[in-house]
Design a protein around this ligand. Structure first.
Ligand code: PLP
Length: 381
């Protein structure tokens, strides 16, 4: 089987597995304990933070370990909205966010916050002017993703942050960086953003570990009350092995980013050309998109049917984002782009990673041809 669902999750690096197993066996202490077991675990967590801070070009005190990007996104949004005990105010986000941002905003609406959901243009990219038009004096936070997890569309982070910090610097800007890091250059300091979420398992690290960058001086309401770990921002005994594993994965992913990007460009172009040459398939990718995601639809055919046919040909792909793929509804992201329902209901996401080879891509192209040949008699016209 060939796995083409790297945007859902990735196989951990062998180095990550090895170091995590070692830590669980040898350094199982609680970082809050005062004895030598605790001190060793605390040293590992602090060292991981220093290394991660260096990779991200930020201060160690600005990194908060979390259980993954779902928690990071919830913490960024709820933490910012509810600081100082507030229950009112305005939030701007987009209609194409991951459910961990989108559904979190829906919850905040139920509590009393106002949320503006900005639609992208037909190319999947949100226009800064549309966010500018939605800004209000009481806007607490603007939350936007770097790269969309279904279409790969790259959002204009720098342009947005430059404008926002000039016109209303008190409004925070949060970036969900999950699908961008390791695929595109990331520069948190240059972007001048306040909050940035990452998840380890999208970068060949462990599941259940992530981080939130919180710019120094940013006040957030802590979601988890307890023993006051993570400078009081996030209580709970630290996932020492996960944190060390994530740091290793971040280091490898950032070192390999530019070489991987070159390979991904060649492969994604090859795939896009092949898709465009197959009668019946429609390429959905916007022109400005990250190279690890290729999205197409096969109107008249259901996504699941295409997915299972490709699986029979030995290729694992995805229908939409992993978190939404069990829902019967067509993708919210595609509908927001103005894609017709029938096209949206027949979408397939191919996502690539560093372990792929030229032969894997050739195998996938043959499988795409075979799938369409096999399914053509079933097409609903
Ligand atoms: N944000 C984006 C863009 C994602 O693709 C994902 C995972 O699919 C998440 C957030 C959630 O990450 P996690 O699985 O670490 O909770």
């Amino acid at each position: 089987m060939k796995y083409f669902d790297y945007a859902a999750t990735t196989p951990p690096y062998p180095e990550v597995i090895q170091s995590m197993a070692e830590i669980m066996q040898k350094h199982f202490g609680n970082p809050s304990s005062l004895h030598q077991y605790g001190e060793e675990a605390d040293r590992l967590v602090r060292h991981a933070k220093e290394v991660t801070a260096q990779i991200l070009g930020v201060k160690p005190s600005e990194i908060i370990w979390t259980s993954g990007a779902t928690e990071s996104n919830n913490f960024a949004l709820k933490g910012a909205a509810m600081r100082g005990g507030r229950t009112q105010g305005h939030i701007i986000t987009t209609r194409i966010e991951h459910p961990s941002v989108y559904e979190c905003c829906r919850q905040l609406e139920q509590i009393g916050f106002d949320v503006s959901y900005i639609d992208p243009a037909s190319d999947g990219i949100v226009r800064v002017e549309d966010i500018q038009n939605a800004l209000r004096p009481d806007t607490i936070i603007v939350s936007i993703m770097h790269v969309n997890n279904e279409t790969g569309a790259i959002q204009p982070i720098q342009q947005l942050a430059d404008w926002l910090k000039k016109v209303q610097s008190r409004t925070l800007i949060h970036v969900d960086g999950v699908q961008g890091f390791g695929k595109l250059p990331v520069n948190i300091a240059q972007w001048n953003i306040d909050l940035y979420s990452l998840s380890a398992h999208k970068l060949r690290g462990p599941k259940g570990t992530g981080l939130l960058y919180v710019k120094q001086g940013t006040e957030l309401f802590p979601l988890l009350a307890g023993g006051g770990q993570e400078n009081g921002y996030r209580s709970g005994t630290e996932n020492v092995a996960g944190i060390v594993g994530m740091t290793k994965a971040l280091r490898l992913a950032s070192t390999e980013q530019s070489a991987l990007s070159e390979r991904l460009l060649v492969w994604s172009e090859q795939l896009k050309i092949a898709i465009q040459s197959i009668e019946g398939l429609v390429l959905t990718n916007p022109s400005v998109s990250a190279r690890h995601i290729v999205h197409f639809s096969y109107p008249g055919m259901k996504s699941e049917v295409i997915l299972h046919s490709l699986e029979q040909q030995g290729c694992i792909v995805s229908t939409q984002s992993a978190c939404s793929s069990r829902k019967a509804e067509p993708s919210r992201v595609l509908l927001a782009m103005g894609v017709e329902r029938e096209h949206a209901a027949s979408g397939i996401r191919i996502s690539l990673g560093d372990q792929h080879t030229k032969q894997d891509i050739e195998h996938l192209i043959i499988a795409l041809h075979q799938t369409v040949t096999q399914l053509r008699p079933l097409e609903r016209r």
